[in-house]
Write a protein that binds this ligand. Structure first.
Ligand code: ADP
Ligand code: MG
Length: 880
């Protein structure tokens, strides 16, 4: 059925519904029939797919090949062990991936959106997935339309359909049926589509299609996003490829050299394959995903909900946090401190009522329920409540002077107007930013302008938000209600000064930001002086070099001039949301990594373009949330800083297990490769290498993801996301530690052979295994000694190490283990010697850290010195 050609009544009949909505029971039946209102997700993996995924790994195939070779050369025993390792590895991999998937699913559930629906005759919030055809949804500006709908009632409704049609302008929607004809999607003016955004007005609508039946669903196959790969995973992918090539080369070389030396090729082949496996950090990509998912779970507990996984990793790289003021840096607890009334202004029609207080009570959308619980925007509530305390309650006044029409507030105009019927005509009341009203004053009042400006500025400079009121009388309601016709020729009634105290935790968070090399920037629609006063209280501005720029000043600047100063601006006042985009672009052009907050519909482009877009969880619109990478559940600036701290921790930990795994690989390669060159027998059997690679590397590696933050993590500059992972000596460390591990193993082997000890192989095996455990413990911190961070501060690591040691003892002391792994029982003195040799790595790394600390490699790295300032004044002169 073509719902756009049909009258609303016929649409209702067709869908068996009515303007009162469905009964909950009916909705339940329809949900069972039509299925949930969501797009089929090809990424949801079933348990079986996860299992298959584990087995399809290239490495597993290589392992199976190794098992095959073992059987061929009559080493069936090895084949069993290899197969057991394959299964064990698949189980561990499965459990980890399953946990990560579950964590992500829980996050997605948290981020799920809700819709206002009429069910059983009253409005209620329902998860959008539960919408069914025939449901009546209530839509308002800021909503994302949850399904395909046919409007039955619209009020100044405008919809942004660019996500579907690519048209960027807003479409005005109506409820009327269209005359017969052909209409492309964008011209069906009485339909709304799933996934598009309401930018203005409100509407009531019938749901006509849900889930894959919607227009979005029909093209969903086309837009289904590729699996997200984080920048780090990408770099690791490249690294992995290079290492694979290297691994194959090393394996082939080993095999070739062995043949030349006349060793039996079957054994050589097996060891060569194991060598290649040892060289590959196959576990890395999975470990990264798992630690990101775990990290997202931890962030959730700190009230930051991650919508995009890569953001978890890049959070730590943020260099600028551009944040809204109201509600984020401040408590959003507005209180009217004082009123200023322009003397001797009387409005006909109000009798002897006070004009300013009447305006406070009438020009508002705030209201309260019988329990005196106020509802509405905090500014509005403060003003209405103040009026009520002075016996100017809104309901009583509105009964006498009914509201005829209104021009709602928007952050570009920065004011709002209500029109009321009085015995003398139509009363126009406007409130808003004083600056917006100045231009609209009557000629007779223009003379007072200097005095008014002085008074308003004096209040703003103390940090007050000043709201000015203007009024006029019209004989009748004008036919076209636009700001240009209504908000002109006003008489200034006076203004109210509101205080919105800064959040104490925001002040501390600002200091934390600065210590961490991150620059906090305040963006607000408020008066320049108000913004500056609050910024100073919070410490965002603490020196003359830190600039305040207003929206109009920004507009007047050309691109090069703005680029020259953008890194020094700390406060943007009187800006409108469109200018946020310009700020982001200018900062990004200077290679800054920008986090930007937003709440409104028109913040969405900025949120999408920022490196990390952050939407407000409490005061944010759905549109903003959909555009963001992260949702701030408590709207608190301090939470952003906390999230950055988590981000740094996660990044650090990822680097730690890269260190651990790669150093281990280098150690294993060194051992296998150099022992024969030094005239020794091949140190280990293939199964020994596999054991080390999966058990010794895997468990402690995973435990590193649980490592708490480094002590100095918020006292050092952010990591440049373009920097290679081998920066800061990581590559050298891996080589050094790896060579040490390998060298010790070979030395153990050589010494034991010279002493004529028959257990030399088990001794070398044990050294290779245990020295890596020592490494895992020592690299828990990059700088601090393990004794100062506390042996018990990472419990999973202790468990991992204990478990690995226990397993190792099991395979060298239990007869069954001896048979399977061709190991021998070490005597007490042999075990003592291997333990002593193994611990060398641990002490060496601790010594290296001690030297680094002694040498005073500064905990607090010097921050980059800002370039010369464009102008030494605190505020920017407006270019003529
Ligand atoms: P912020 O960035 O602090 O949230 P807004 O965009 O909400 O700023 O507000 C910008 C300016 O618009 C305020 O300084 C105030 O002068 C005016 N304003 C804010 N709320 C209202 C309102 N409800 N009615 C009229 N004017 C308002
Ligand atoms: Mg606001």
């Amino acid at each position: 059925m073509d719902y756009f050609l049909t009258s609303v009544a016929d649409v209702a009949a067709e869908l068996a519904t009515s303007p009162a909505g469905l009964a909950a029971a009916t909705a339940g039946q329809r949900l069972a029939k039509h299925g949930p209102n969501q797009l089929a997700d090809s990424h949801q993996k079933t348990v079986w797919q996860l299992v298959l995924h584990q087995l399809s790994d290239v490495m597993i195939l290589v392992l199976l090949a190794a098992a095959g070779v073992s059987v061929l050369i009559g080493e069936a025993k090895s084949a069993y062990v290899i197969l057991a390792i394959v299964v064990l590895n698949a189980v561990v991999g499965f459990v980890q991936e399953f946990r990560a998937d579950k964590a992500m699913e829980a996050l997605q559930k948290m981020a799920a959106s809700h819709a206002q629906v009429l069910r059983d005759g009253h409005a209620q919030q329902v998860p959008t997935t539960e919408l069914v055809p025939g449901d009546v949804v209530l839509l308002e500006a800021g909503n994302v339309i949850p399904a395909d709908v046919r409007f039955l009632e619209t009020h100044a409704l405008k919809v942004d359909e660019s996500s579907l049609t690519g048209e960027s302008s807003n479409v005005e929607k109506t409820a009327a049926a269209l005359p017969a004809g052909e209409y492309p999607l964008g011209d069906r003016l009485n339909l709304g589509y799933k996934g598009t955004a309401v930018t203005n007005g409100r509407a009531v609508a019938y749901v006509v299609a849900t889930g894959m039946q919607t227009e979005l669903g029909k093209i969903a196959v086309l837009i289904q996003t590729a699996e997200v790969v984080t920048p780090l995973q990408k770099r690791l992918g490249t690294l992995g490829k290079r290492l694979s090539v290297a691994a194959l080369a090393v394996g082939a070389l080993f095999f070739g050299l062995g043949c030349l030396r006349g060793e039996p090729w079957e054994n050589l082949l097996l060891v060569a394959i194991s060598l290649a496996i040892a060289a590959l950090p196959e576990a890395l990509p999975a470990l990264v995903t798992i630690s990101l998912a775990l990290g997202a779970g931890r962030l959730m507990k700190s009230h930051a909900l991650m919508r995009k996984l890569p953001a978890v990793e890049t959070l730590g790289s943020v260099t600028y946090i551009c944040t809204d003021k109201t509600g984020t840096l401040t408590l959003n607890r507005m209180t009217v401190e004082e009123l200023y009334e322009v003397p001797a202004v009387k409005l006909a029609g109000l009798g002897d009522r006070n004009a300013l207080l009447t305006a406070l009570a009438l020009n508002t959308d705030a209201s309260h329920d019988p329990a005196n619980h106020w509802l509405g925007d905090s500014t509005e509530v403060a003003l209405a409540r103040y009026a009520e305390e002075k016996a100017y309650a809104r309901p009583a006044l509105e009964a006498q002077f009914p509201r005829l029409a209104e021009l709602p507030f928007d952050s570009e105009r920065k004011c709002m107007t209500t029109l009321h019927q009085t015995p003398q005509g139509v009363l126009v009341l406007t409130k808003g930013a004083a600056g917006s009203l100045y231009k609209q004053l009557t000629d007779s009042q223009q003379g007072r302008l200097a005095d008014l400006t002085r008074r308003v500025d004096a209040q703003a400079a103390q940090g007050y938000r000043v709201l000015a009121y203007g009024a006029k009388m019209l004989p009748v309601l004008p036919p076209d209600l636009t700001p240009a016709t209504v908000e002109t020729d006003l008489t200034f009634l006076g203004f109210a000064s509101l205080i919105d105290p800064p959040r104490e935790e925001a002040r501390q968070a600002v200091a934390a930001c600065k210590a961490a090399g991150i620059i906090p920037v305040m963006i607000t629609g408020d008066h320049k002086l108000t913004a500056k006063a609050i910024a100073e209280k919070l410490g965002i501005i603490s020196s003359k070099d830190e600039l305040v720029l207003t929206g109009p000043e920004l507009t007047a600047l050309d691109a090069p001039a703005f680029a020259a100063m953008v890194e020094h601006v700390r406060v943007y006042a009187r800006v409108d949301p469109a200018q946020k985009l310009r700020i982001i672009n200018a900062l990004q052009a200077r290679h800054q990594f920008v986090a930007m907050t937003g709440d409104g519909v028109n913040d969405a482009p900025a949120l999408k373009n920022a490196d990390i877009g952050i939407a407000m969880g409490i005061n944010g619109t759905e549109v903003a949330k959909e555009a963001a990478a992260m949702i701030l559940l408590d709207d608190d600036f301090a939470t952003i800083v906390e999230a950055v701290k988590h981000g740094r921790r996660i990044y650090d930990n990822i680097l730690k297990f890269i260190r651990y795994l790669l150093a281990g690989s280098v150690g294993e390669i060194t051992t296998l490769f150099f022992a024969p060159l030094l005239g020794l027998p091949v140190t280990l059997l293939a199964i020994h290498i596999l054991w080390i690679n999966f058990i010794t590397d895997g468990l402690p590696g995973l435990a590193l993801a649980y490592e708490p933050s480094e002590k100095n993590s918020m006292q050092r500059p952010p990591v440049d996301p373009r920097q290679t992972i081998f920066a800061d000596g990581l590559g050298w460390f891996i080589m050094g530690a790896g060579l040490l591990v390998g060298g010790l193993t070979i030395a153990m082997q050589a010494w034991a052979i010279r002493q004529g000890l028959p257990h030399w192989q088990t001794m070398a095996f044990t050294v290779l295994c245990l020295s890596q455990l020592g490494l895992a413990l020592a690299i828990r911190s990059r700088r601090e000694s393990i004794f100062s961070i506390g042996l018990f501060s990472n419990k999973p690591m202790l468990w991992a190490v204990a478990l690995t040691v226990a397993l190792h003892l099991l395979i060298i002391y239990v007869p069954f283990g001896n048979r399977l792994f061709s190991t021998q029982r070490l005597t007490v003195s042999e075990l003592g010697i291997t333990l002593a040799v193994s611990s060398v790595v641990f002490w060496a790394v601790e010594l290296q850290k001690l030297i680094a600390r002694r040498r005073g490699a500064p905990t607090v790295l010097p921050l980059p010195v800002p370039a010369a300032l464009p102008s030494p004044t605190a505020t920017v002169p407006v270019p003529a």
